[in-house]
Design a protein around this ligand. Structure first.
Ligand code: NOJ
Length: 447
């Protein structure tokens, strides 16, 4: 068995998000978010209670301390801070995050905070949400409240998490707010990017001594299933540039939309309204890039899964089963060579879902498949870093089993099990394994 070491100072963390763990949906003045409304409307599992982290966060900080976790990625809930989305600040919400940040500091755990992790206040949705250009101002107002209150107490700020979710929620209808209108979705994504750029400019105006800012974009790279088939190749390229990460990384790091993306949107009549100066605003220098990496997707043109809803976009399912660990090498290459990234990269999410996890008689989950997955990923990550990849840290998704959006509570990503009856948290085998990785700053085992 080989041991792969990580560089000194490599940051080891875990990640969660407000709507997925906090619960307390109606407590202390919190307003409704689009996920509250969406899940109740369609009779899905709701985030009403989730892991009840709103009350149990001290236990979670202790849990992280006991595992030696060095950084915690969480998100602010917009509707807990500004219940109607704008104007009225909810002091109880501010107090909650102040306590959490103080406890993290006391425990010596770095704070990485996502400003927006998918939970738009419903009142803003009622006014057109992301599709309204005013979204940029709403988001800036929210970001300002956060910067004013928490500024330098947060080590790493993330403007948006996985913007693709906004496409899924507006073009495909699988996520809140459950719309199927691709033209509208494209406009939403454009506004999101402008809001990101404006927030980075605002952040810079504070001149924080310690805090850094970046964005998290997930990269699910599409490969042609048959690399010598021109149709598969074209499909994979289209997916990467017009439905996946290219939609965001091109404007963020290269400027503008790619030619293929532009042409695609014009031909489909879904080109968004873009104001002069938008592309300059979007392309702000960042302190780091957050990569969410889980797997790759293999496309075949002759078994295309198209979802056409009303004017819905299309969504490609992989024709291959299993985990493509090596795709991580390609993704890091693409970031460096295609998107010219020179800033530090943090893996802001990586982990493995479990749908059939049963605890033993002592309540312990022996999630050996998760350990195998993580071992394979981390071994490759160490190799990539050794070969020059500028990756400075890794956040495992997730600290706890939690509310997995439209999949509700059926899908568990935690290294600690959440018992949804008692809300007790119990470390799984993977948690003990991860604690060892952190302690040794090294991973042993995978090929
Ligand atoms: C993507 C999202 O950022 C997170 O909220 C989600 O739970 C995980 N990945 C797993 O699907």
């Amino acid at each position: 068995m080989k041991t792969a070491f990580f560089p000194q100072g490599f940051l080891w963390g875990t990640a969660t998000a407000a709507a997925q763990v906090e619960g307390a949906a109606k407590e202390d003045g919190r307003g409704a978010s689009i996920w509250d409304v969406f899940t109740h409307r369609y009779g899905l599992d709701t985030p009403d209670v989730a892991c009840d982290a709103y009350h149990r966060w001290p236990e979670d900080v202790e849990l992280m301390k006991s595992l030696g976790i060095q950084a915690y990625r969480f998100s602010f809930s917009w509707s807990r801070i500004l219940p109607e989305g704008t104007d009225r600040v909810n002091e109880a919400g501010i107090a909650y995050y102040k306590s959490l940040l103080a406890a993290l500091k006391k425990a010596g755990i770095c704070a990485c905070a996502t400003i927006y992790h998918w939970d738009l206040p419903q009142d803003l949705q009622n006014m057109g949400g992301f599709g309204n250009r005013a979204f940029v101002d709403w988001y800036l107002e929210y970001a300002k409240v956060l910067f004013d209150n928490f500024g330098d107490d947060v080590d790493m700020w993330i403007t948006f998490n996985e913007p693709i979710a906004i496409y899924v929620g507006h073009a495909l209808g699988f996520f809140a707010p459950g719309l199927r209108n691709e033209k509208y979705a494209r406009q939403c994504l454009h506004h999101l990017l402008v809001a990101h750029g404006e927030a980075v400019k605002l952040f810079r105006s504070y001149g924080f001594a310690n805090a850094q800012i970046g964005i998290t974009v997930d990269v699910w790279h599409h490969y042609p299933d048959r690399p010598d088939d021109p149709d598969d190749c074209l499909l994979a390229r289209l997916q990467n540039e017009t439905q996946g990460y290219g939609m965001f990384l091109t404007p963020l790091f290269l400027g503008g939309y790619s030619q293929l993306h532009e042409r695609y949107m014009r031909e489909k009549g879904i080109y968004p309204q873009i104001l002069p100066g938008d592309f300059e605003t979007i392309r702000q220098p960042l302190d780091f890039y957050g990569l969410n990496f889980y797997n790759a997707i293999y496309d075949r043109a002759d078994c295309k899964v198209e979802l056409t809803g009303d004017q819905g976009g299309n969504f490609q399912k992989s024709v291959r089963e299993g985990w493509d660990y090596d795709a991580l090498f390609d993704v890091l290459d693409i970031l460096k060579n295609k998107f010219q990234l020179q800033i530090p990269i943090y893996i802001t999410e990586n982990g493995m879902p479990g749908t059939m996890e049963t605890p033993d008689e002592n309540g312990i989950v022996h999630d050996l498949d998760r350990i195998e997955y993580l071992e394979n990923i981390l071994t490759r990550l160490a190799r990539a870093i050794e070969a020059g990849a500028n990756v400075r840290g890794y956040f495992l998704w997730s600290l706890l089993d939690n509310f997995e959006w439209s999949a509700g509570y059926t899908c568990r990503y935690g290294i600690c099990r959440t018992d949804y009856n008692t809300l007790a948290r119990t470390p799984k085998d993977s948690a003990r394994w991860y604690a060892q990785v952190i302690k040794n700053n090294a991973v042993t085992g995978a090929k």
